[in-house]
Design a protein around this ligand. Structure first.
Ligand code: UTP
Length: 314
């Protein structure tokens, strides 16, 4: 098994996005705008920032808008050029010049594990990263570069983990893990997909960044459909965790303590938009003032309503 530092990123974007219907009926959830960029552009930027310039998107139906976003739009460019609008022109070019982006179809969306398996031929026999296209990691809290470093040091595969409240663990893959001599790194001893809280081995949830050994492909070929009838990447990782290092096995976890948003979840999506808009130099100052006034107004309305209610009942 090759131990070359990864250069390839796989981004599965073929899910159905049912939590965000009807917005995702004809648009992939990864194309929903977070302020003025689709979520997927943040994810590709993160891969590039970590040194991964070869990006393979595993797409499904509705792939056209994704491909168009990362392609040239000559008509638009000519129009902006004619107006001398260099600033907007630069913004249009940003997505086009980012990386070498390739596309492959998953066919039926048979689960995240199946989506990763579809990338096997493109990836070949080297470790590679997987970034979920609806999971945003704040660029000020670098996670992927730390995971690549850990993979280089420890070999095998690396998953990103985050402490979540016990009541939420059933929404994630969950890791059983033991400590290492590094505060942010654990040895993963087992994994279970979306366990009921009482059966969860820990409160460490798997989030949408992975650096995987190419051994995962052979394991995925043998992995039967699991939870929800889907081929689960978590199940393949559980197998890898028990395999020897000589066979490409072993799974480490990087415990992430930064800011992360699941843009496939409506409430988390709204938080991402508010937080990222608030932090932007061009929009933030005015937006934050408005936000403060909006919250104060809501609080006043709520306290007026409760005072009126008190009078009515007294
Ligand atoms: P999710 O479970 O979040 O995606 O998969 P989903 O099924 O689209 O979402 P909901 O729950 O119905 O709203 C995690 C990631 O894996 C991709 C998704 O696009 C998402 O980035 N995925 C999932 C695939 O590419 N193919 C699949 O068969 C399943």
């Amino acid at each position: 098994m090759s131990t070359r530092r990864p250069t390839k990123a796989v981004i599965p974007v073929a899910g159905l996005g049912t939590r965000f219907l009807p917005a995702t009926k004809a648009t992939p959830k990864e194309m929903l705008p977070v302020v003025d960029k689709p979520a997927i552009q943040y994810v590709v930027e993160e891969a590039v920032q970590a040194g991964l310039t070869d990006v393979l998107m595993v797409t499904g139906r509705n792939k056209t808008s994704l491909e168009d976003h990362f392609d040239r739009n000559v008509e638009l460019e000519i129009s902006l050029e004619a107006k001398g609008d260099q600033e907007r022109l630069a913004r249009v070019h940003e997505a086009t010049d980012l990386a070498h982006i390739h596309y492959i179809r998953q066919g039926d969306p048979r689960g995240l594990g199946h989506a990763v398996l579809v990338a096997a031929q493109h990836v070949g026999n080297e470790p590679f990263a997987v970034l979920l296209g609806d999971d945003l990691i704040d660029e000020r809290d670098p996670l992927l570069s730390r995971m690549l470093e850990v993979q280089e040091q420890r070999g095998g595969s690396v998953v990103a983990l985050m402490e979540v409240p016990q009541a939420q663990i059933h929404l994630y893959g969950c890791a059983a893990a033991t400590a290492t001599d590094k505060d942010d790194v654990v040895q993963v001893t087992g994994l279970v997909e979306k366990p009921p809280a009482e059966e969860a081995p820990s409160s460490l949830a798997v989030i949408g960044r992975y650096v995987l050994s190419a051994a995962v492909f052979d394991v995925l070929r043998e992995t039967p459909p699991g939870r929800g009838g889907e081929i689960q990447l978590t199940d393949a990782l559980e197998t890898l965790a028990t395999m020897s290092a000589a066979d490409g096995g072993g799974v480490s976890g990087v415990v992430f303590r930064g800011r992360r948003y699941d843009t496939g979840d409506r409430a988390d999506y709204l938080k991402a938009v508010v937080r990222i808009a608030s932090d932007r130099d061009d929009l933030g100052p005015e937006f934050v003032v408005w936000l403060g006034e909006f919250v104060a107004e809501r609080q006043r309305a709520a306290s007026d309503a409760s005072a009126t209610g008190d009078q009515a009942t007294s």
